[in-house]
Design a binder for this molecule. Sequence first.
Ligand SMILES: C[S@@+](CC[C@H](N)C(=O)[O-])C[C@H]1O[C@@H](n2cnc3c(N)ncnc32)[C@H](O)[C@@H]1O
Length: 291
Amino acid sequence: MSGYFEANWLDLREPADLVARSFPLQEHLANIVGAERHGECVIHDLGAGTGANLRALAPFLGGKQRWFLLDHDARLLEFASDRLVRWCVETGGEARESSDGLLLTTESWAGEVSMVHQDLSGALFEGLPRADLITGSALLDLVSPEWLEQLVGECRAAVLYFPLNYNGHMRFHLALEADRRIAELFNRHQSGDKGFGPAMGGQAPRRSSEILTSCGFDCQLDESPWELGVDQGGLQQELLKGIAAAALELSDQPEQVDAWLAHRLAALERGESWLRIGHEDLLAVPEGQLS
Ligand SMILES: C[S@@+](CC[C@H](N)C(=O)[O-])C[C@H]1O[C@@H](n2cnc3c(N)ncnc32)[C@H](O)[C@@H]1O
C-alpha cells in the first residue's frame, strides 16, 4: 500500500470504522474539547481522505467547530466536500459554500470546514500550532516515529486524537496454516516507507504512546478492532486482496500467497469467513490539561 487510497476503499471501511471506534475514549475527548468545555474548537484532521473522521467526531463534540481537512490527494478532498454536504443535508442539517470552504449547520454542531491540499510528509501546515485538537484516523501506522516527534514539536499545547491505528494483529476463522506467514509478510510490508519515512506499521499504537508520553502527554490507548462477518463481504474481499497484494511484494513463494487468497475468497463466497483486524485508538492530552 502506498500513501494513496481509493475513495471506494475509504467508503467501504467507514461503517466498520464507525462501529469499531472506542466509545469511552471518544467520550473522554468530548469532555476535554467538546462544547461543554470550549468555545469554538479548532480541529485539524491530518490525512482526512473523504472526511470520515469529521463525520464520526463532529456530532459527538457538539457546539461550534472550525475544521481543516488536510490531505495530499486533491481528488479525495473533492469527494470529501461532496460527501460532507450530502451527509449534512441527509442528517437534517444545512450546508452552504463559504469563501473558505463549507458552512455546515446541524442541530448538534455547526462550523466551517476548509479543505487543505497539502503533502504532510514535508513541512507541516503552518496553522497547526493554533489547533485545539489535532486528529487523524487510520494514520499513525503510515508514519515514522520521527514524523510524529516533529508533529509534537510544532504543537505541544493541542490535544491529539488518533483513532483506528493498526496494531499488527489479525485473526481468521477458520485458521489456515499459511495465515501466520501471510500476516508476517503483511506486517513487514506495513513497516515500509509510505512517504513519511519507515512506517510504524503494526507497532504504531504502542510506539506512538511511548513517544507522546516522553514528550509530556498523558496517553490513553483503547482497542478498536474490526470484527468482520459475511455481512461485510465487500470490505472483507478488498481487505483480503490488499493483504495478499502486500504479502506478494515480499514473498519468495508467490504460489503460497495466491493459494491463500483463493482459499480465503472461496470461504467468503460460501459465507464462512470471519476476521478480526486489531486497531487501537490513541488519545494524548498535554500534561496538566486533564484537571
Ligand atoms: C488510511 S487513509 C485514512 C483516510 C481517512 N482519515 C479515513 O479514516 O477514512 C490515509 C489518508 O492519508 C492520506 N495521506 C497519505 N500520505 C499523505 C501525505 N504524505 N500527506 C497528506 N496526506 C497523506 C491519504 O491520502 C489518505 O486519505
